[in-house]
Design a protein around this ligand. Structure first.
Ligand code: NCD
Length: 362
């Protein structure tokens, strides 16, 4: 069965099919109004969300389906100590498909291991956010007509920003992609994404420290918020929070057809004087998120019975028995999930749930 845990769970062909269906739904909205009549989506949100949860709800409603779920872990049995996997086993009796968000990394993967219905990862800690990626891809496609061949700048919190991690992974399936990474030293892109995704899959990237230097070459500027809730040290957040601010003066250095994306919410990183610039695509992006989620829900339910769309298997590697994942925010350290590891392409041993590198003595 196909779940969507990480953008690489979708082949380029499957991603293209979802984007094409998103475009088709936009063009013929009325025809989809009863497409999922009688079907149910459960939204399990253990972490705050406005956009993503409402976007899923609105998507299912526009398809004629129903939605149930919770938007606060305090309203779920998690507050009584129920494990995520048990909650999934229960909720799968009430819904045809589940979208979930959780602050702990790897939760959606652990959920998919026991779920008889498709699981959609709506964000797991700072790890992954594949439906935002589909939103971003549909937006780039609609704004530019194609995704291949773009130069895209990622600006802000590239360390904790899960939307950035997921979009870079997805872009590795496209041709001739150039990435410019614009971040303060402390918030640079994690090394595993640079090595395993950019280096291995041939994404050409460069790093720079000012927006002014990067902006003239970009087709897409992807702005991000500094992720306050992921910092262990509040002082460090205060020091870094306003590192990069896009404003009308900086926009004057950009190409006339450059587009600005942002997964939202924005804090200070885009001044409001950019909002009326036709190149500001971030509010259009929100609407695309609903259409692409409509397409995704339809496709996952369609693919459910088709073995051709099963999940890609990542081989588990054997490690010394005492090997542990060191990430305190990984599901295998917060719930009783057996540790599992894989060997990445450059030979590192990594946790299957959170992808963090494991120091193993061999
Ligand atoms: C993003 C997220 O939740 O990671 N927002 C979203 O999904 N629209 C980005 C963010 O919170 O900064």
């Amino acid at each position: 069965m196909k779940h969507l845990i990480d953008p690489t769970d979708l082949s380029r062909k499957e991603t293209d099919e979802i984007i094409a269906l998103g475009e088709e739904i936009i063009a013929h909205r009325a025809e989809y109004s009863e497409r999922l009549k009688g079907r149910k989506l459960a939204t399990l949100f253990y972490e705050p969300s406005t956009r993503t949860r409402l976007s899923f709800t609105s998507a299912m409603m526009e398809l004629g389906g129903n939605v149930l779920g919770f938007s606060d872990a305090r309203n779920s049995s998690a507050s009584k100590g129920e494990t995520v996997q048990d909650t999934i086993r229960v909720v799968a009796n009430f819904a045809d498909i589940i979208a979930m968000r959780h602050p702990i990394e790897g939760t959606a993967l652990a959920a998919s291991e026991v779920s008889p219905v498709p699981i959609i990862n709506a964000g797991d800690g700072s790890h992954s956010h594949p439906t935002q990626t589909l939103t971003d891809l549909l937006t780039i496609h609609r704004e530019r007509g194609s995704i291949d061949g773009i130069t895209i700048g990622f600006c802000g919190d590239l360390k904790f920003g899960r939307t950035v991690h997921s979009l870079i992974k997805a872009l590795s399936q496209y041709k001739d992609i150039h990435v410019v990474l614009i971040a303060p030293n402390e918030l640079r892109l994690p090394g595993y994404i640079k090595r395993d995704v950019c280096d291995r899959l041939g994404i050409d990237y460069r790093e720079c420290t000012t927006l002014e230097e990067a902006i003239p070459s970009l087709d897409i500027l992807y702005m991000t918020r500094v992720q306050r809730e992921r910092f262990l040290d509040e002082e460090e957040y205060e020091r870094l929070k306003d590192s990069f601010v896009l404003n009308a003066a900086k926009m004057s250095l950009a190409k006339p057809d450059m587009k600005v994306l942002h997964p939202l919410p924005r804090v200070n990183e885009i001044a409001t004087d950019v909002d009326d610039d036709p190149r500001a695509a971030y509010f259009r992006q929100v609407e695309n998120g609903k259409f692409v989620r409509m397409a995704l829900i339809c496709k996952l339910l369609e693919w459910k019975q088709d073995p051709a769309h099963d999940m890609p298997q990542r081989p588990v590697t054997s490690v010394p028995e005492e090997t542990r994942c060191h990430n305190r925010k990984c599901i295998c350290n917060t719930e009783r999930i057996p540790y599992r590891f894989y060997r990445s392409h450059n030979g590192d041993i990594r946790c299957c749930y959170c992808d963090s590198k494991i120091p193993v003595s061999e």
